[in-house]
Ligand binder design. Structure first.
Ligand code: ADP
Ligand code: S3P
Ligand code: MG
Length: 177
């Protein structure tokens, strides 16, 4: 058994973690786990409601617990939420149990992909572009220090990007290079 069994996607909102993760898991014949979905299923309410009721802090607590559970489970392709790297214990756990890929995209791509989205409470603001830029300024360093591989996910269909990323990984989900 590989000692870092999971393939983990990190990166900002709109990078395509959920979309590419699902496709990659199919391609690699591994289970797909979306961390936000695990949190929502455990809580029984949406992420917007969790933020309303418990604040971002409450959401982060649930996110930390969900991540620990998922990392202790069977080898999977895991799509995280954009803020998972804020917690130092999460960063450590991700690197210990997974091969971590940072999906890098431009601010313009994020804005384009997330236009009209109402499911992300952090974007419920008059100026989503400024919010995304501020989040990236805070988090980019954390994505880079956590990642084993940085993958440019800015252009191309989800299918083409998933195939290109899979081509850079061997069957255990670690990098050839
Ligand atoms: N390569 C892509 N090209 C165009 N649209 C994409 C691509 N990847 C994802 N999307 C779209 O962008 C939005 C955000 O994708 P999602 O996978 O939810 O990102 P994340 O999980 O990183 O926030 C979704 O509507 C998705 O369909
Ligand atoms: O960047 C963030 O802090 C968040 C990203 C979201 O996931 P995606 O990155 O999949 O959109 C979700 O976890 C929550 O709304 C908070
Ligand atoms: Mg997602």
């Amino acid at each position: 058994m590989h000692d870092r069994p999971h393939l983990v996607l990190i990166g900002p909102m709109g990078a395509g973690k959920t979309t590419l993760g699902r496709l990659l898991a199919q391609q690699m014949q591994r289970p797909f786990v979306d961390l936000d979905t695990v949190i929502v299923q455990a809580a029984g309410v949406t992420i917007q409601l969790l933020f309303q009721r418990e604040g971002e802090q409450g959401f982060r607590k649930r996110e930390r617990a969900a991540l620990a559970d998922v990392l202790a489970g069977p080898p999977a392709v895991i799509a995280t939420g954009g803020g998972v790297v804020l917690d130092p214990d999460n960063r450590h756990a991700l690197r210990r149990h997974g091969y971590v890929v940072y999906l890098r995209v431009s601010l313009a791509t994020q804005l384009h992909r997330l236009h009209g989205d109402t499911s992300r409470p952090l974007l419920d603001t008059p100026d989503p572009a400024a919010r995304l830029a501020a989040l990236q300024a805070q988090r980019e360093r954390l994505y880079l220090e956590t990642a084993d591989l940085v993958f440019d996910a800015d252009a191309g269909s989800p299918e083409a990007l998933a195939a290109a990323l899979a081509a850079r990984l061997n069957p255990t989900g670690t990098c050839y290079a």
